[in-house]
Design a binder for this molecule. Structure first.
Ligand code: PNS
Length: 162
């Protein structure tokens, strides 16, 4: 079977920063599961199915990457999938506090390990929230997300008249 890893997140929507981490995880592990958290409490702009579909399209060239969704605890999902390692990107020290807490909590609960990957500097300022804000106010996010993601974002934000 080889060594597997899970890349969890909300992915609302996927950005080139996420894809950098996913492709590097795919280069270091035999199999990678990208796990989309359903997370209705965050009121995502895109449904779980839409977020999964965009990710599938974005990683279609990576043969050892699968896209799935989950709800509940990440440790329970990882146990079901028999994966023992989480891969997360760190953009800056501002990510560190919350990521360290989650990594320590996950390891305490079930022994699930977290490996941190330093985001490529070219994507270090990217976040899905910022991307949505820029598109909402008419800004251009070409080159920061895949072209089809930009189109879906523009359509969705135009449709809800926000
Ligand atoms: O893309 P995000 O929103 O930064 O991803 C956060 C995510 C999905 C990795 C995190 O919220 C998570 O693992 N949620 C699942 C619920 C859970 O296990 N919570 C306890 C974490 S210690």
């Amino acid at each position: 079977m080889g060594l597997g890893a899970v890349c969890p997140g909300t992915f609302d929507p996927v950005t080139n920063g996420h894809l950098d981490i996913i492709s590097r995880a795919a280069g270091s592990f035999d199999a990678v599961v990208v796990a989309v958290l359903e997370n209705p409490s965050k009121e995502p702009l895109f449904s779980t199915e839409e977020r999964v579909a965009m990710l599938k399209e974005a990683v279609s060239d990576l043969a050892n990457v699968e896209v799935d969704s989950f709800s509940g605890l990440l440790v329970d999902y990882a146990a079901r999938r028999e994966v023992r390692i989480v891969v997360k990107g760190l953009r800056a020290v501002t990510d560190f506090d919350v990521e360290l807490q989650m990594a320590q909590m996950n390891r305490t609960m079930s022994g699930l390990e977290t490996f941190f990957v330093a985001t490529s500097p070219q994507w270090s300022y990217l976040s899905s929230s910022l991307i949505k804000e820029v598109v909402r106010f008419g800004g251009d996010v070409s080159g920061l997300v895949p072209a089809f993601v930009r189109e879906r974002l523009e359509d969705r934000l135009a449709a809800i008249g926000d």
